[in-house]
Design a protein around this ligand. Structure first.
Ligand code: SF4
Ligand code: FES
Length: 220
């Protein structure tokens, strides 16, 4: 996917690369097209100077691993904050259901601490019934599971030896751990093993998007 980042990469290249990716995460380009072009122009300058499209509104730490979190679009790393703001920090991307991005431009809001937020995590179409997928939302590792038309969200971390539950097997409302088969009810996180239930999160579907509600917390 990073093939567009050759010498001579243009704003249109960036749009073609980033647009579909953001769409799958519940975002679209800001409706203010001049603003979008300005931000992307800044990203092209950063690309020329630093070798990647680092966020123009964030300061790099110098730690390559940390700095990967602010390569545009950085939406997966800051899903909860962006869901609360209804935009990314720069305002380059806004939530699908925001009609006019103008009022969001340039506003670097800080979400209220201690609040919960419904965060888009994937498209329902990307989550076939009987499957699970791992999503990272803020500090939470979550397994999102679809059973028929219902979706569920529970901790992705098995309480036995910390296997990723989303890699397990979905059988009705049960997800079985991929490593040693502990079984969890996706509706309430319960298991037969004592004191080993896992946390669940409210999950819903709206306009074809799967949303998981989490407490708002800093991912960085
Ligand atoms: S805040 Fe917006 S512009 Fe900046 S890297 Fe993230 S998605 Fe891109
Ligand atoms: S790690 Fe899940 S059952 Fe062992």
């Amino acid at each position: 996917m990073r093939r567009v980042f050759h010498e001579g990469t243009t704003i249109e290249d960036l749009k073609a690369y980033m647009g579909p990716f953001a769409e799958r995460l519940g975002y679209k380009f800001n409706t203010e097209t001049e603003f979008v072009d300005e931000v992307l122009e800044s990203e092209l300058q950063v690309l020329d100077r630093d070798g990647d499209v680092y966020c123009p509104c964030r300061v790099r730490t110098g730690d390559p691993k940390e700095d990967l979190k602010i390569v545009c679009p950085c939406i997966p790393f800051f899903r909860d904050e962006f869901a609360a703001m209804r935009k990314c920090w720069c305002g380059l991307f806004i939530r699908q259901d925001v009609e006019d991005g103008a009022e969001l431009i340039g506003v670097i809001e800080q979400p209220e601490p201690g609040t919960a937020v419904a965060v888009p995590v994937c498209l329902l179409a990307d989550l076939p019934s009987g499957t699970a997928r791992h999503v990272k939302v803020g500090k939470n590792d979550i397994a999102v599971v679809r059973v028929g038309d219902e979706v569920y969200a529970l901790s992705n971390v098995c309480r036995h030896a910390f296997a990723p539950l989303a890699e397990g097997f979905v059988d009705g409302h049960i997800i079985a751990c991929p490593w040693h088969g502990w079984r969890y009810d996706v509706r309430d996180g319960t298991t037969d093993h004592p004191n080993a239930d896992v946390r669940t999160f409210p999950a819903t579907v709206r306009d074809g998007e799967v949303l998981v509600t989490v407490p708002l917390g800093r991912a960085r």
